[in-house]
Design a protein around this ligand. Sequence first.
Ligand code: ADP
Length: 195
Amino acid sequence: MNIIFFGPPAAGKGTQARIIEEKYGLKQLSTGDMLRAEISVGSELGLAAKKIMDRGELVSDEIVIGMIAKRIDSPACAKGAIFDGFPRTVPQADALEKMLAERGKKIDIVMELEVDQDMLVARIEKRAAEEGRSDDNIDALKVRLEQYNDYSAKVLPYYAAKGEVHKIDGKKAINEVTAQIEAILQPEAEARAAG
Ligand code: ADP
């Protein structure tokens, strides 16, 4: 079962992905986390990406597609993946579709976490204090929100044309958001278990 979590910065994608990954045996693939890991080991890729990420802009399709391609065949992904923060562009969506099709797989569920902008600002401020991410500041957040509005207007219709995009109310408490997500995942997981 392959799932995409869509949503603005600090919508709670990562939090939910980590809960769902354990419960359903799926693997969270977060391009943002992968890029931050590259930065923390000081790789060349990380150094190049950091400048872009700190401005809130998108790193190149080539880089993020490459990072996903490197992991898609890992045993952890055997039961499926939760794509978090990827795809952010139509070329990324096309590349993902091709990668999955080559393996006889597809995206089964697309979810969009919806959160109001003022709530996002509050969450980012809290996360900045807790985690110290260098792109969690108001200037970068503004750009990230603009980018999100921009790319979601292209990528969401891409998936809507193929099937449903499930809207999740991301303003609720963490466990209530999880419950909404599970209401969509559970029937799909049961159908699979039944073969
Ligand atoms: P957010 O909380 O803003 O959704 P992420 O951790 O998903 O944060 O991403 C942080 C930054 O990493 C983005 O602002 C962007 O610079 C870069 N990034 C992550 N995923 C992608 C992607 N699929 N395409 C391009 N850039 C990406």
